[in-house]
Design a protein around this ligand. Sequence first.
Ligand SMILES: O=C(O)C(=O)C[C@]1(C(=O)O)C=C[C@@H](O)C=C1
Length: 298
Amino acid sequence: MSYSIAFLGPKATFTDLAVSRLFPDDAKIPMATIPECMDAVVDGQADLAVVPIENALEGSVNITLDYLVHEVNLPISGEIITPIQQHFMVHPDNDIPSFVPDVIYSHSHAIAQCHKFLHKELRGIPCENTTSTAAAAQLVMEQPGKKIAAIANELAAAEYGLAITRPNIHDFSHNHTKFVVLSKSDIQYENCLATRRGDKTTLMVMLPADHSGALHQVLSAFAWRKLNLSKIESRPMKTGLGNYFFIIDLEMKMDEVLIPGAISELEALGCNVTLLGSYPSFMVEKSVDIAEIHSKMM
Ligand SMILES: O=C(O)C(=O)C[C@]1(C(=O)O)C=C[C@@H](O)C=C1
C-alpha cells in the first residue's frame, strides 16, 4: 500500500522526520499550516495527514486539537512519539564567533522549548514565529546578508545549508513530540521504522452543563473498569466562558465490552461522547541518522 501524505512543511520539519519513520517510501506533500494538512485529506488531495498534537515541554498543539474537534471529521489512525532536539543555527557566511542575531526565527512551540537558553544567553533579542522550524531555517538561508538565526533540527541545517552554532538548546533533555496520523480509512504501517508501543483509543467528552461532580463521575466510569487513561485535556468549546470539552486517551484498543460500557455510562450521565480514533502507537527510541534521511530526500 502506498500513500500520499500531507505534512507540516517545508522539507525537514520535525513532522517531516516523523513521516520518514512512519512511511519511509511514500509520497509527501508539504503544507504551510496544520489546518491545510487536514483540509488536504478532507478534499481528497492526500490519503492522510501527519500533524503534531502534543509536546512534552510545551503541552498540546492547540490548533491541531481545535481544528480536529471543531472543523473536520477525520479519525486518528495512528500516533508516533519522537525525540526532539532543537539547535541554534545561522547562515555560514556570517562571522560565526562574533555573531549576535537581530532576530531569531522559529515555530512558537520550538521557541517555548528553548525559553531558558534564550532568556539566559540571548536576552532581549526578539523572537519571531514562523509556520514551522524548517520554514525558519529556509528564511535564514534565503537572506544571507541579514543578522538572523533559526531554531530548528539537524536535518533542516543540512537541507538549508546552515551552520549549527549551539546544539541541543532545548530546556530539558526529555523533549518529545507526539504526532497523529489522520485519515478517512484504515492505514497499514508495513514499512514503519519505529517501535510499536501498543494501542490507544481517544474520546472526546462534553459534560452536561453545570452539573456538580460531573468530571468525577466521568473519571469513575473509567476507573472502576480499570481502564488506564494516559491523558485528559480540556479545551474551550468556544460557545461561552466556562464551556469545555475533554480529550481522553485510553491505553488500549477499542474493545467490545469495556470502552463501549464506559461510553454508555457517560451518555447516561448526559455527556456527549465522540470516538476520535482507535489506533496503533509508535515510538522512535533514539536519534535517527540524519545523513541517511537527508540523502534519501535529495
Ligand atoms: O516546526 C516543526 O518542525 C514542526 O514539525 C512543528 C512542531 C510543533 O508544532 O510542535 C513539531 C515538533 C516540535 O515540538 C516543534 C514544532
